[in-house]
Design a protein around this ligand. Structure first.
Ligand code: LRH
Ligand code: MN
Ligand code: MN
Length: 430
């Protein structure tokens, strides 16, 4: 790959003075892990094989419904977003796929876009449909819902959009369609709670029928927003019932921010897996609602516990356990590249710590009802600083030991500020 946005020489130059210290830290951690019977190189190999997708929309500054504060050099189209995603993957090495959102990503030639991404070392993850906004010139409004709307025309339009997303995904090389609808109500009595779900299921079945054999349909639940009284697919219960109704290729996607505060998300993960319906994740963190804060910035322990359930699930697979991982954050006050570099590192750290849990000790303590030792089995892994494993895996794959320092030294954003046109002001997450 010749036209990569960050020069390999710059990365190597920044790594050089840090390699000796990294090797020392790696060896010291290796000796500590070996005392517990763990081979650090085997863990590093797991890390090297781990990946999480980045969303195309995450490359831009998010903003809130009150305001958006763009930064100079922010990407203005899917091509510039891809370039930024390539930077994240070049430096961090854990994010080789991009998840697109339609019609937010304006594209004229999908085959050419696939090639453009491949030339940047990127592939494509789940395609996200959008029936929660009206687009200019659209025949039917989603003001009263999309897949669950009383308006048969709006439902049909939403079905057709999703089928079009599948067709786009086929051209890009994706195999998952993620469906999140904002459908719901703001007033008691506004819609019949049962019949709106019936309509959703009928419409979703038409999308399901259009799925290629090797594709999955991922249903993303969300408790509230934009609807504030009831939401059609509000929780994992509605999601798993819908997925079971639709068929084997339909699975549930867990966005960490889409639950009530303090909900036990790791238990939801275990439940979905138990019934073969765990399809994927949108990683982010939250303090109050769907805040879309950076992964692990508020509650990294919860993220670790989620990965602990995933490690259990991996050891006890059901129905082709293969969850898709994606970051879904809104970067309002940081450079999105820096946030996603940092988040990918946090997510990978939690994955790594979960890999270090002594499962035999955990299970033995659970069997003996030894609560404290069961907890300690988790705690021992959680408190290990896995940074040297992550950095070594990155460096060996051509990435940066210190991703943020190397990114800043590259002056990438400043260079883009010279080349790219300015983003307009305004509200909204697009
Ligand atoms: C909804 C959501 C969903 C959308 C994205 C932009 O809150 O999490 O995944 O597609 O935000
Ligand atoms: Mn999401
Ligand atoms: Mn969300």
């Amino acid at each position: 790959m010749t036209n990569m946005p960050i020069s390999a020489d710059l990365i190597a130059e920044h790594n050089a003075p840090q390699i000796e210290a990294l090797q020392e830290d790696y060896d010291a951690l290796g000796r500590k892990l070996a005392r517990g019977g763990v081979d650090i190189d085997a863990i590093k190999a797991r890390v090297a094989a781990f990946s999480v997708a980045v969303p195309s929309w995450g490359a831009g500054r998010g903003g809130t419904r009150f305001a958006k504060f763009p930064i100079p050099g922010e990407p203005t189209n899917i091509h510039e977003k891809l370039e930024d995603c390539a930077v994240i993957n070049q430096l961090g090495r854990r994010t080789p796929r991009v998840s697109p959102h339609f019609p937010w990503d304006k594209v004229s030639d999908f085959v050419a876009l696939r090639e453009e991404a491949a030339a940047l070392g990127l592939g494509w993850d789940a395609v996200n449909s959008n029936t929660f906004q009206d687009q200019p010139g659209q025949a039917h409004s989603y003001a009263n819902g999309s897949l669950s709307s009383q308006d048969a025309g709006a439902r049909q339009q939403a079905v057709e959009h999703n089928i079009e997303c599948i067709e786009i995904g086929r051209q890009l090389g994706s195999t998952d369609l993620t469906v999140w609808v904002g459908d719901g109500t703001n007033f008691p009595g506004q819609q019949d709670l049962g019949r709106s779900l019936d309509r959703y299921l009928d419409a979703a079945a038409q999308i399901y029928a259009a799925l290629p054999d090797d594709w999955r349909m991922l249903l993303e639940h969300k408790m509230f927003e934009p609807a504030f009284y009831s939401t059609v697919i509000s929780d994992w219960g509605s999601s798993i019932l819908a997925a079971q109704t639709l068929g084997d290729k339909c699975k549930c996607l867990v966005d960490l921010g889409h639950h009530a505060p303090n909900v036990n998300i790791e238990q939801i993960v275990a439940r979905l897996h138990r019934f073969g319906k765990l399809g994927g994740f949108h990683f982010n963190d939250s303090k109050y609602g769907d805040d879309d804060l950076d992964s692990g910035s508020i509650n990294p322990h919860q993220l670790f516990l989620v990965f602990n359930e995933l490690a259990e699930a991996e050891a006890n697979p059901r129905d082709g356990f293969n969850p898709s991982y994606m970051i879904d954050q809104s970067h309002n006050v940081t450079d999105p590249i820096e946030s996603m570099l940092s988040s990918a590192e946090t997510i990978t750290a939690c994955f790594t710590k979960a890999s270090l849990v002594d499962r035999a000790a955990l299970h033995a303590a659970q069997e003996a009802n030894d609560t404290m030792m069961a907890f300690q089995a988790l705690r021992r892994a959680y408190t290990i600083d896995v940074a040297p494993i992550l950095a070594m895996a990155r460096m060996e794959a051509g990435g940066a030991i210190d991703v943020l320092a190397t990114y800043r030294a590259s002056q990438y954003r400043a260079r883009k500020a010279q080349e790219r046109k300015a983003v307009g002001l305004g509200a909204g997450i697009v």
